[in-house]
Design a protein around this ligand. Structure first.
Ligand code: NDP
Ligand code: MG
Length: 397
């Protein structure tokens, strides 16, 4: 029986993880659930899965949860605050930690799990975008098993040679006979929208992804394709490769989740429904396989697959992220921070959709050559870049 901690249990990935775990009670026990503020959602999860611990970032939400659990006679122990979340991520009884907090807030608890050599299932791509070099060094040092949940990275991982999947030392693409990683993306809801109307995009339009159901932040990132940019940076670290080894391909149907091109001309792809419960089940069961609630692909029902190159005019955020990736860890930390502020400001209707890239561009230009080597540097730069971006939000409206 393996014990699982879910960081960000009430979110889209957290709920999908619980839906997979519910099918396999003989293999997994939920040890702890964490969330920020959503008391009623985590209450229902605690009643169903009876974890030993639940932690809320918000102290008031934790107090409410405690009362509600007592009323239901549920023995889950409630904790609160950032430190409690970090502690649960590193709990001695935890075997698997699902890192599914959104944004930079996921960095510290994810690193806490990495430092304890847990099996870490990584959905929180922002952690790698901020700290890739340092993060991967810790993975090595602590013998952590790191399994990608992001569907593209999970697909690439599945297409790697089995020996490389289980290697304890970093392997280069050349050693695996790989020429290129092909990172696919749907292009989001505005693939064909008139460019001169993008400044009129509403929040509801931006979060209505054509293929995937996800949290708000990543949905907006998918609409700007910053999500693919963050994934580009994520892939560079996860697969120990150079930015020039990664090519982004638009594939609007979201059935091919990414591909690996080998030097002999073979291309391996992983296909499936656009449903995160497939990569989650893959990672939970790795190196074995187990069932998930996802319906099988029916090829007789699939329309044609199409592919194209991303257009820099339509998706400038993708190209900004690629530039940041080439510049280094300081640039990617600052861009990630700016983007979180910009997306939140767009969701709060303080800035327009097209202002997101303006704000990101200005922030990246400002912080492009900042170095961020230690964790302290990264945290300080994240803070500074957020303040800078907040200031830009004020000047933009
Ligand atoms: P959601 O917004 O749906 O969920 C976020 C979760 O994190 C919630 O449980 C939330 O708690 C919690 N949370 C938010 N802020 C904090 C904080 N400051 N401290 C502690 N917990 C916090 O996000 P998603 O599930 O969509 O995404 C999670 C991560 O997975 C992101 O990094 C995303 O990029 C990545 N990902 C998501 C995919 C998807 O399909 N959704 C696909 C691939 C990657 P509460 O509910 O209480 O606010
Ligand atoms: Mg993805």
């Amino acid at each position: 029986m393996r014990q699982v901690v879910i960081l960000g249990a009430t979110g889209s990935i957290g709920c999908s993880t619980l839906s997979v775990l519910a099918r396999h009670p003989e293999q997994f026990k939920v040890l702890a659930l964490t969330a920020a503020t959503q008391t009623s959602k985590i209450l229902a999860q605690c009643l169903e899965f009876q974890p030993r611990f639940a932690a809320m970032l918000c102290t008031k939400a934790a107090a409410e949860l405690k009362v509600a659990l007592a009323r239901h006679g549920c023995a889950t122990q409630v904790m609160s605050g950032q430190q409690a979340i970090n502690e649960l991520a590193a709990h001695p009884d935890a075997d698997i930690v699902m890192a599914a907090i959104v944004g930079a807030a996921g960095l510290m608890p994810t690193l806490a799990a990495v430092e304890q050599g847990k099996t870490v299932l990584l959905a929180n791509k922002e952690a790698l975008v901020m700290s890739g070099e340092l993060f991967m060094a810790k993975v090595q040092r602590h013998g952590t098993t790191l399994l990608p949940i992001d569907s593209e990275h999970n697909a690439i991982f599945q297409c790697l040679p089995a020996t490389a999947q289980q290697a304890t030392q970093p392997v280069t693409l050349a050693q695996m006979g790989i020429a290129k990683l092909l990172l696919t993306g749907s292009g989001g809801p505005f693939l064909t929208r008139e460019l001169n109307t993008l400044n009129k995009v509403t929040v509801a339009e931006a979060i209505a992804h054509p293929n995937w159901s996800m949290g708000q932040k990543i949905s907006v990132d998918s609409a700007t394709m910053m999500n693919k940019g963050l994934e580009f940076i994520e892939a560079r670290w996860l697969f120990n490769c150079a930015p020039s080894d990664i090519e982004v391909v638009i594939h609007p149907q979201s059935i091919i989740h990414s591909m690996v091109q080998y030097t002999d001309g073979s291309v391996l792809a992983q296909l499936g429904q656009p449903d995160m419960r497939t990569p989650i089940a893959h990672a939970l069961a790795f190196p074995n396989r187990m069932s998930s609630p996802v319906s099988p692909l029916d090829f007789s029902q699939l329309a044609n697959f199409s592919f194209s190159k991303p257009d820099p005019e339509r998706y400038p955020n993708l190209f900004l992220a690629m530039a940041a990736c080439a510049a280094g860890q300081g640039a990617t930390t600052a861009l990630n921070a700016a983007n979180e502020i910009a997306v939140a400001a767009f969701i709060n209707e303080q800035i327009r959709f097209t202002d997101i890239v303006r704000l990101n561009e200005k922030s990246l230009a400002h912080f492009l050559n900042y170095a961020a080597r230690s964790l302290d540097d990264i945290v300080a730069l994240d803070f500074e870049a957020r303040a800078y971006a907040q200031q830009l939000v004020r000047t933009l409206n």
